[in-house]
Design a protein. Sequence first.
Length: 504
Amino acid sequence: MRSFKRILHIAACFLLLIHGKSSGQSLTPFEGEKTSWHGFDRYDYLMDMETFALTPIKATPEEKTNMNDKNTPKGQVRCIVIVPHNAARGNPCIWRGYYWDHEPQAEIELLKRGFHVVYINIDPGKQWEAWYDFFTKHGLSAKPAFTGMSRGGINEYAWATTHPDKVSCLYADNPAIRPESFARLDLLVKNDIPVLSIVGSEDFLLPTNTAPIEETFFNLGGRMSMVIKEGTAHHPHSIKDATLIADFVEQNIKPPVSDPAFADTTAFKKTYYYSLENSYNYLKIENTYATCRGPWFTPTYAVYMAKGKTMYGIKGLTIITPNHPAPGKPWVLRADRVLPRDATVEQSLLAKGYYIVIPPITAQSGPVRKDWDSFYAMLIAKGFSKKPVMEGAGAYGGEAYEWAIYNPEKVSCIYVDNVAMRSLMEKKQPIDTLAPLAKAGIKVLHVSGALDPWLATDTRVAEQRYKALGGNITVITIPGESHFPRIPRDPEPIVAFILKNTRQ
């Protein structure tokens, strides 16, 4: 008998070990008499509004899956926990911002995936903080995901912007937002909190609430994805097939990917780069199309910008990192201030494992060669390729040329777009000093609009002089295009040129 008990004890310890590894932390059962919510165990509580004491109660049969707040005693607030059949690793949970049981398909799908669902029937304040303490002490995740519809959006943004360390991601559905929360959206970006917003194209809150939130996230480099249901208003909320929502939440409760070796978090600020191109997805049950855009629907790349010390916010060295770096860490030194959202060439190169590096702006006088020399040396020391691609548009193309002329042994090739062959780095202009590049065998590609005024005065002159020096230069002209717009470009011939000339 003792040996049998010993076997049972060992088996129990083994199961406990497995459970501990699968959940990540111990889970204390919730107190009270359970009822059922869409097939899952439900626990109800009353919180005292002043003392924050919680008393278990039982939902009445008449409430079914809903909640009748009319029966809540004065000075009390209703709270609910829904428990999954099998808790996922880390005991994740999703916190609904308001309107219990309205369009609950996202919560139901997440329950099936091991999430708990938590709810308190009041707007954010000290009661929310007490409720957070309660369910986290029971072992639920300290960074819940949030779902907020309409007024629930007000609540989730209010909590997230005042407690950015206590939230993993937001699903905002036709949300509203208060001015004080809007003013703190930068904290969501700083804390790398992604947002998925599902809205109707005719929702009255879209132009005044969601659209400004989206614009702010994009401008700050945060991650916000949009699903705009064509031909729907404020109601109905959500989408009937909640797989997309659950996938978003499940993916974004995971720990962030570690930063690359060069990106010391004390020296670099992290944001994100992604295209703003729209895609169109058919919602079968709703029988309408949804316009989708943002990082959930397009390749997304981490951006690391060196933190500056100036009060004027002058831009530091910026490195956009591929998700899967190519062997040898090839990179493009893109002379410019920013990388536009529709930069098709750079997006193609990022997908192929190239880093995009944008020089810092350190002086009012423009680019400084010694600064470029400095960050080049730093990147080489971090394992980057010793021969980057030089790239630039307009006058910045001239700056790319100028650095290459002084460092021909450190360049693989040059690609410029509607270039103005002039530079602020040196008194001598690059159009007059091409010989070092030709001697080093540096291949050059110019892309110009056929109507660009710089085509005849700079590109054609550079072409003639470079060929006379024995250099290899290719010019592609775009019919009907002037100096602007310069993008988007057909990336295929440009990327093929760069790939051919950067093979190790």
